[in-house]
Design a protein around this ligand. Structure first.
Ligand code: SF4
Length: 330
């Protein structure tokens, strides 16, 4: 039986961190065993909000692919490709833009939200307004059945479903209505207890070497009332403890009790956490060392992924042009 298809993507805006891993990648690694997965490095999406930023997109694309593969994505099991290399997505975006009312895009919650949040950037652009349309094109060009999302992204998928229905009603049944695949994710705070983010400089990157991880964990903020080793601590307000919940799950009760009874000091508690994080990330580091030894390896994976993605996208765009009665000559 043919596997159901999944489509998802990430913007190449810099090195991925453990928050990204637990927020999406860990789940993708599982999904690749059950579904026909298309994972896109969405560089056009990065431009919708970052067209003025002076970022090295080319090396970011290379690095994100290295992050994905190190984290366990297997190019033999899934298709990894670069969004902007599949021009059929841009054509579908243009064609969908003919049928998508502007009011649908304007009422998208993220659109309004980001205009406020990113007010220092000039993103009141045609491209940014149309990004749900671009996202829909990413999904529809590969006729994906499912899109893995968290609760907060459900309105986006709802909009994609609405666009899909409009196309199917106007031109005949062409696309499956993409369904959200709700995923339970682990949330990991940043080293300072805030949301983990590159811009807060509070993240552990997937590419960080063991000595860097140790230094970063040493600098973590703990319970401010636990000054001396024997002071009783409050693990629930300590970021280190949040990390232990993930990386030291099998000894979590012991850690909680030792902290609360003042039997362990923060220095040793962090040291123990660093050992567990480094052990957890060891397989990622080993894969990264191997794949970055040969600089062609990642380029070959992306080239192969592009070929697969393009071939599927071509079939769809030919069907779409035909349904929309466009004449195509050599
Ligand atoms: Fe946090 Fe560990 Fe210190 Fe308790 S002992 S406050 S859990 S670092």
């Amino acid at each position: 039986m043919n596997k159901k298809r999944i489509m998802s993507g990430m913007r190449p805006t810099g090195s991925l961190h453990l928050g990204n891993y637990f927020g999406a990648l860990e789940n993708w690694v599982k999904l690749q065993n059950e579904y026909d997965c298309f994972f896109s490095i969405v560089d056009w999406h990065a431009l919708t909000t970052g067209y003025e930023d002076n970022i090295d997109m080319k090396s970011n694309i290379f690095n994100i692919a290295a992050d994905w593969i190190s984290a366990g994505l297997d190019p033999e099991k899934c298709t990894i490709f670069i969004q902007s290399n599949i021009k059929e997505i841009a054509e579908l975006h243009l064609l969908l833009s003919m049928i998508v009312p502007v009011s649908w895009l304007e009422r998208c919650p993220t659109y309004k939200d980001q205009l406020v949040q990113l007010k220092e950037k000039n993103i009141a652009t045609y491209g940014f307004l149309g990004y749900p349309n671009l996202m829909t094109s990413d999904i529809l060009i590969h006729k994906a059945d499912f899109v893995p999302v968290g609760e907060d992204q459900i309105p986006h998928i709802e909009l994609s479903r609405e666009i899909t229905r409009r196309f199917n009603n106007l031109y005949g049944n062409t696309f499956p209505e993409p369904q959200p695949l709700l995923t339970k994710i682990k949330t990991l705070p940043g080293l300072d207890g805030r949301k983990m983010s590159k811009s807060y400089d509070n993240a552990i990157a997937l590419s960080d070497k063991p000595e860097v991880i140790l230094q970063k964990i040493k600098s973590m903020i703990t319970d401010p009332q636990k000054i001396k080793k024997n002071d009783p601590g409050h693990p629930e307000i300590c970021a280190v403890y949040s990390y232990h919940k993930i990386f030291s799950a099998n000894e979590i009760l012991e850690i909680k009790e030792s902290c609360e009874k003042g039997e362990i000091g923060c220095v040793n508690c962090k040291k123990h956490l660093a050992e567990n994080v480094i052990a957890y990330m060891k397989p990622m580091h080993e894969i990264r060392n191997k794949i970055t030894e040969n600089s062609d390896y990642i380029m070959d994976i992306l080239t192969e992924g592009n070929k697969r993605a393009r071939s599927a996208a071509r079939e769809t765009i030919i069907e779409v042009r035909d349904k929309m009665n466009l004449l195509e000559l050599e």
